[in-house]
Design a protein. Structure first.
Length: 463
C-alpha cells in the first residue's frame, strides 16, 4: 500500500473536503501529534499542507499551541509558514497552511557523505538565526530546534522554521522574561536538546541556540560526540563532558568556538545577541572565501524528487527521533475559523516588501481569476485578483520599486505563487523620460485606475 495514500490512515477520510474546498491528496509526513497531508484547493488548483490531529479529550492539543504561534507570527511569512485556516471535523482538529519543500534532514541524507560543506552550513546558520530572531523577538522559544524542523521553500532558497507544538511564550504581557520554573520535565529531541533539558530545567532563548550549535556541528561533520547513544540520560552526560572537555568544538572553524563562548555567557533571562551570532557566520564565510549567494550543496548534484514538506517531524537515518514533552498543560481545543467566504466581484490584490512600510505595490496579471489567501484571527479572507488585458503590469505606487509577485520572491507575502515573467514588466517612473509616449500614457492611465480601485478596496492592510 502506498504510504502517501491517505487511506493508510483509516481514521482520516480520504474523500474529506475541508472548508468545502481543500481535498486531501497524499500523506507527506507524520509525527507524535498526527499526520500531515498535501491537499489541493478544488476551486483554484493550488496546493496546501493540512496538519491533522485526532480529537482526544484526555490529551492536550499540540495543534492548538502551533495555531497560536502561527497566528501571532502571521506577518513574518519570510521564515514562518503562512497559516491559511483551521477547523475541526467529527474526529480531528486541522490546520491548513503553506506547503513547503524538503527539510534539512532529508536533504542531508541525499548528500554522498551525509553531511554539508562548510559553505552550505554557514549559509544555513545565517538563515536559522533569522528564524530564531523572529521567534524570540515575539516572545517565543521553539524548544525543538533540529534539522527536520528547518524546511526549504518549494521554489526558492528561502528557509522556514516549523513545528511549534512545544513552543512556549517566555515573556509576560510587558515583554519581560518570565522567571524559571522548577522541574518542568524534558522538552525536545534528545540528540539536539540542550543540557538544561536533560536536567529538567526550564528553557530560555539561549537553549534554542544550544540546539542550533549541536545542529550545525552535526550538519557539517555528520556526527556528534554522543552519536550512537540511545539512553537519554547518557546522552545528557555525554553532552556535558563534550562541552567541558572541548571535544565538541575540537578542530572546527573559529565561529563555532565563538558561538559556544557566547551562549555560555548568556543568562536565563537574557536574550541572545542575534546580530552577533549572525556576524560570526558571515565573518567566517568571508575568511574562507565563501560567496553568500552560492548554490547549496543539494542544488549542485542531481537529486531524485524529494516529497514536499509541510511542517512536521520526518523520519530519517540521522534525525529520526520525535520530540518529547512532559508535564505541561496546553489548551484542549483549537478555535475554529468561520466558513470560507465566497468571492464576489473583483478586488485589487496588493503586495509589498516587508520593509516598505505603509506603501503598497499593486500587481495585476492576465489570466483566469485566482484566489489569494490571507488570514488573521477572524479567519480566512479570499480575494479575487483583478485582471487586465496586458500580459503583466506592475505599477509602483509611492516610490516602491515594482517586483515580481510570488510567495517566495523575498517580498514576504506575494499575491500568487506564480512568478511574473521578467520580460513582461513595465515600470512607471515619473522621472523616466525614456518611456515611449504611447506606452507612458497607457501606464499612467492604468496607474490612475489602480489608485481609484485602491481607494475603494476594503480589508487591505500593509504587508
Amino acid at each position: 500500500m502506498d504510504a502517501g495514500d491517505p487511506s493508510v490512515h483509516p481514521e482520516v477520510d480520504k474523500n474529506l473536503l475541508l472548508k468545502k474546498r481543500f481535498r486531501l491528496v497524499r500523506q507527506v509526513g507524520a509525527g507524535a501529534f498526527g499526520s500531515v497531508f498535501e491537499s489541493v484547493d478544488v476551486l483554484t488548483g493550488r496546493k496546501f499542507a493540512v496538519k491533522m490531529e485526532a480529537r482526544d479529550p484526555n490529551k492536550t492539543s499540540v495543534l492548538s499551541v502551533e495555531l497560536g504561534v502561527l497566528r501571532k507570527l502571521k506577518n513574518h511569512s519570510r521564515c514562518i509558514p503562512s497559516y491559511v485556516c483551521c477547523g475541526t471535523t467529527q474526529h480531528h482538529h486541522y490546520i491548513v497552511m503553506k506547503l513547503l519543500g524538503p527539510d534539512l534532514s532529508a536533504l542531508r541524507r541525499k548528500m554522498p557523505a551525509k553531511k554539508f560543506s562548510l559553505a552550505t552550513t554557514l549559509r544555513l546558520g545565517v538563515a536559522m538565526v533569522d528564524c530564531l530572531e523572529v521567534l524570540h523577538t515575539n516572545g517565543y522559544i521553539h524548544r525543538d530546534v533540529k534539522p527536520s524542523n528547518f524546511v526549504m521553500a518549494r521554489h526558492s532558497s528561502r528557509l522556514y522554521i516549523i513545528d511549534f507544538g512545544i513552543a512556549r511564550k517566555y515573556t509576560d504581557a510587558m515583554g519581560f522574561a518570565l522567571p524559571p520554573r522548577q522541574d518542568v520535565g524534558f522538552r525536545g529531541t534528545a540528540r539536539y536538546a540542550p543540557v538544561a533539558a536533560h536536567q529538567r530545567l526550564d528553557l530560555a532563548c539561549r537553549d534554542d541556540y544550544w540546539s542550533l550549535l549541536f545542529l550545525l556541528i552535526d550538519l557539517y561533520t555528520g556526527k556528534l560526540p554522543w552519536s550512537g547513544i540511545k539512553d537519554r540520560g547518557e546522552i545528557g552526560e555525554a553532552k556535558t563532558y563534550a562541552i567541558d572537555s572541548g571535544a565538541l568544538i575540537e578542530g572546527l572553524p573559529n565561529c563555532f568556538k565563538q558561538l559556544l563562548s557566547h551562549i555560555q555567557s548568556v543568562k536565563f533571562i537574557e536574550p541572545v545577541d542575534h546580530d552577533y551570532v549572525r556576524q560570526l557566520f558571515l565573518d567566517q564565510m568571508q575568511a574562507n572565501g565563501i560567496v553568500q549567494g552560492a548554490s547549496y550543496d543539494w542544488e549542485e548534484v542531481t537529486q531524485p524528487t524529494v516529497r514536499p514538506h509541510s511542517g512536521t517531524v520526518t523520519r530519517g537515518v540521522v534525525d529520526h527521533e520525535e520530540h518529547v514533552e512532559e508535564n505541561e498543560e496546553v489548551p484542549q481545543e483549537p478555535p475554529q475559523d468561520p466558513p470560507v467566504p465566497e468571492s464576489h466581484g473583483t478586488v485589487l490584490s496588493l503586495s509589498a516588501s516587508a520593509r516598505s512600510g505603509p506603501s503598497f505595490l499593486a500587481s495585476t496579471r492576465s489570466g483566469v481569476s485566482n484566489i489569494n489567501f490571507d488570514t488573521d484571527q477572524s479567519g480566512l479572507r479570499a480575494e479575487s485578483v483583478s485582471r487586465f488585458s496586458m500580459a503583466s503590469t506592475n505599477v509602483a505606487l509611492d516610490g516602491i520599486s515594482p517586483q515580481s509577485p510570488g510567495s517566495d520572491n523575498g517580498s514576504g507575502r506575494g499575491s500568487s505563487a506564480n512568478h511574473t515573467p521578467m520580460g513582461s514588466k513595465a515600470n512607471v517612473n515619473k522621472d523616466n523620460n525614456q518611456t515611449p509616449g504611447l506606452l507612458k500614457s497607457v501606464l499612467l492611465a492604468t496607474r490612475g485606475a489602480l489608485l481609484s480601485c485602491f481607494a475603494d478596496c476594503q480589508n487591505l492592510a500593509p504587508i
